[in-house]
Structure formats: C-alpha cells, structure tokens
Design a binder for this molecule. Structure first.
Ligand code: FAD
Length: 378
C-alpha cells in the first residue's frame, strides 16, 4: 500500500482483493482486534493518521489491572513501568486507604505498550498503514465488507455513518513531575476535589521519584481542564507532586463516559473509545475495549465465514459486559452527585464501617459485580 501526498492511502484493486476488514485506528483496541483477526486468517488493514504508532499515547495514563491486561491476550511485560498495590482515596480532609499485599495493577509506558501491540499485530499478518488520516467522505467510500471504527473518543467513522453521539465525556489534563518525593510508589492517589467536576484528580507514581498528576472535568458549560488542573495542584492536596519539577508539557484529552446507544450499523461496527466501552467510574478503557475487540473478532469471523449479521456484535458485547459497564456508570453517577462534600461524608462512614479493609480484600477495579456479590453474600 502506498501513501499519496497528504498522507492518504492509494487503493489498488490488488489490495482490494485480499482485504476483508478495514479498521480505522491503530490505538490499543484497533491493534488487539487486528491481531485477533489476522490470527484467524482474516485479511485486515488498519489505517491510522499518526506517522508513528504510540505517538501521543502519553496523553492518557497507563494503569491496567493485572487480570485485565492478561485478558487482552497480548504480550505486555516489557512495557511495565511500575506495580501498584492499592490506592488512597481522598475527599476534603478524609482519606480511605485500600492496600493489598499483592500486585493489583501495573502502570504502563503507553507508547511502548502501543508499539508492542503494533508489532504483535503485524507479526500475525495484519497490514498497518500509518500517516493515513481518513476523512468522513473517504470513509464513506470504502467498499470493504467490514469497516471498524477504532478511532477513539471523537470517532470520524461514527460521524461518517450517522451513529448516535456519546452523551458525556470527561475533559482531562495531565502532567509528569520528576524529582518528586513519592512516599509509596505502589499507591495511586484519587482526589474528589471541587476543581474536578463529575470526575476526580489523580496521582500515579511511575517510580520513587516520578509521578503523574491529572484531573478530569465533565458536565455542562464551558470548562477548561488546564485551569482545573492548576487549581487542583495549587490546592496542595496532591502531596506527591510537591517539590517535584514539572517535566515536559501537559496534555489535554477526552474520555467517553457513556457508551454509544448503537455500535453496529450494516457492515460498520465501533469498538473501544469509539463505542464508549470505558469504565465511567475511573475512565479506564483498555480492559473493556480489548475485551469488546475480541467479541468483535468473533462476530466478524462468523459474518465472513457463515454470513451471520454483524448486528450480533452489539448483542454479544452488551450481554457480556453491558451490566459491568452499567455498574461503573452507577458509581460515576453516585460520586458525581455527592461531590467533594458528600464524598467526604461517604469516606467518613466507609472508614467507620471498615470499607477500606473490605476493598483491600475484595476490590476489583474492572468487575464491581464480583465485589457486590461478595458484599451481599456476607
Ligand atoms: C488522561 C487519560 C487517562 C487515561 N487513563 C487510563 C488508564 O489509566 N487505564 C486505562 O485502561 N485507560 C485509560 N484511559 C483511556 C484509554 O486511554 C482509552 O480507553 C484507550 O486508549 C482507547 O483505545 P482506542 O484504541 O479505542 O482509542 P485510541 O487510543 O484513542 O486510538 C484511536 C486511534 O485512531 C486514530 N485515528 C483517529 N481518527 C482517525 C482517522 N480519522 N483516520 C485514521 N486514524 C484515526 C488515532 O490516531 C489513534 O491512534 C485514559 C484516557 C485519558 C485521556
């Protein structure tokens, strides 16, 4: 495949013959899907507007549960920067510690993780075309039997084919601090701070001396995440950052906080952030995006081999993961409604009732339903 001036792919009839599935977007989720399809001998071409895989991936954070990253079925170990055992959740003057003896999650170098996923997809036989940003018109003209939008939170594929919009996003801002004094590099900080409307502030240690701080905001009205971030940092809550030196520039980005009401239309499906398959409670999208990519691979395979409708994808992922994502949404709604003051009260009550200990033993960052089961089964 050649790239024409302007970065657009030149399409040839020869390529057309071998190509079965086109994926727009070589992010984590598009690459998991590409590897899955290529492993099943289904021809797949991925287009991405970026010149390098992983470019800009550091706009997002890289915390993924141990079970969640294993579930992607991808090699990931070389991209681990740090291991996490717990979190300290703060609101006002209250703190709740949730700590485990075992490693619960990893902090990944997102660029390296993307490059590793890219290599694995290509090694299995997927074609990845970089520097190929696809416009709406171009996408509409694609004649391939299956078109997948894995093109992130603001999906051009979704708008090209008239999918319904995503109802809520978090606007984020994050920055890295070096020479910081991180007390416990195994613990992330979660801050229900008044500057973080309908979301939260966070600190994620990369090592004993490097930490990322970030914030998300949502809701109606004009908001600016960098201003919210400045307020959050100057509030002095994120102690890990104190004394550290801001490194590089900060990054603003978007996290979808709701799933799209439709993710399959004719021969077009959406996966990952494009479908809003994100845990609204935390903004984590890698685990469910990758799980849904695997569901997409099953549905696409049945469509290609047996002529089954691609609408099965929608039914399948909602059946498997819809309830879990809905619980994350309920958690997001609950803390948004409570705000900083209400969360302070909640943490006070939680501490009295031993919530920290319960979460340390049974907490599951991906599957809250398992935790609820344990809670109600005594
Ligand atoms: C600040 C922040 C922190 C986060 N922290 C975490 C975390 O700790 N853990 C976690 O699990 N998740 C986290 N997330 C969410 C996570 O980053 C996403 O859910 C995940 O990256 C989604 O992957 P994706 O492949 O669906 O989309 P993306 O990673 O957005 O990839 C989409 C790709 O499509 C390409 N593209 C877009 N439009 C076009 C086009 N028109 N033509 C061609 N190419 C196109 C882009 O270049 C990009 O490479 C965070 C997000 C943010 C913003």
């Amino acid at each position: 495949m050649d790239i024409a001036p302007g970065g657009n792919p030149v399409r040839r009839s020869g390529d057309q013959m071998n190509r079965n599935v086109v994926i727009i977007g070589a992010g984590i989720v598009g690459l998991v899907l590409a590897k899955e399809l290529a492993s099943r001998d289904i021809g797949v071409t991925v287009y991405d507007g970026k010149k390098e895989v992983g470019e800009g991936a550091c706009k997002a954070s890289g915390v993924v549960s141990v079970g969640g990253i294993e579930g992607t079925g991808m090699e990931y170990k070389d991209a681990i920067m740090n291991e996490l055992r717990g979190a300290v959740i703060s609101a006002g003057r209250r703190k709740l510690e949730v700590k485990s003896d075992s490693v619960k999650a990893y902090v990944f170098d997102r660029e390296r993780l993307s490059r590793m996923f890219y290599r694995q997809a290509v090694d299995k036989g997927a074609e990845v075309v970089l520097g190929a940003r696809m416009g709406r018109e171009e996408i509409r003209k694609l004649e391939d039997p299956v078109i997948v939008g894995a093109d992130g939170a603001v999906s051009t594929v979704a708008s090209a084919f008239g999918f319904p919009g995503i109802n809520e996003y978090a606007l984020t801002y994050k920055k890295e601090y070096r020479e910081a004094k991180v007390d416990d590099k195994g613990v992330v900080g979660v801050y229900f701070d008044r500057s973080a409307k309908r979301f939260f502030g966070w600190t994620i240690p990369y090592s004993d001396s490097v930490v990322e701080a970030g914030i998300g905001i949502s809701g109606n009205g004009r908001r600016d995440s960098s201003t919210a971030f400045r307020k959050f940092i100057s509030s002095g809550q994120a102690k890990e950052v104190e004394g550290g030196k801001a490194h590089g520039r900060g990054f603003a980005s978007l996290i979808p906080l709701r799933t799209r009401s439709i993710t399959a239309l004719g021969n077009v499906i959406l996966v990952g952030d494009a479908a809003g398959q994100v845990k609204s409670s935390t903004g984590g999208g890698i685990v469910f995006g990758a799980l849904c990519a695997k569901v997409a691979a099953d549905a696409i395979e049945r469509h290609m081999r047996n002529g089954n409708s691609l609408a099965a994808y929608e039914a399948m992922w909602r059946k498997r993961y819809g309830r879990e994502l809905a619980i994350h949404r309920a958690v997001h709604n609950a803390y948004s409604l409570l705000g900083e003051g209400g969360m302070e009260g909640f943490l006070r009550m939680g501490s009295a009732l031993g919530l920290g200990g319960f979460l340390s033993r049974h907490g599951d960052m991906d599957h809250p339903s398992l935790m609820l089961k344990r809670l109600f089964s005594g």
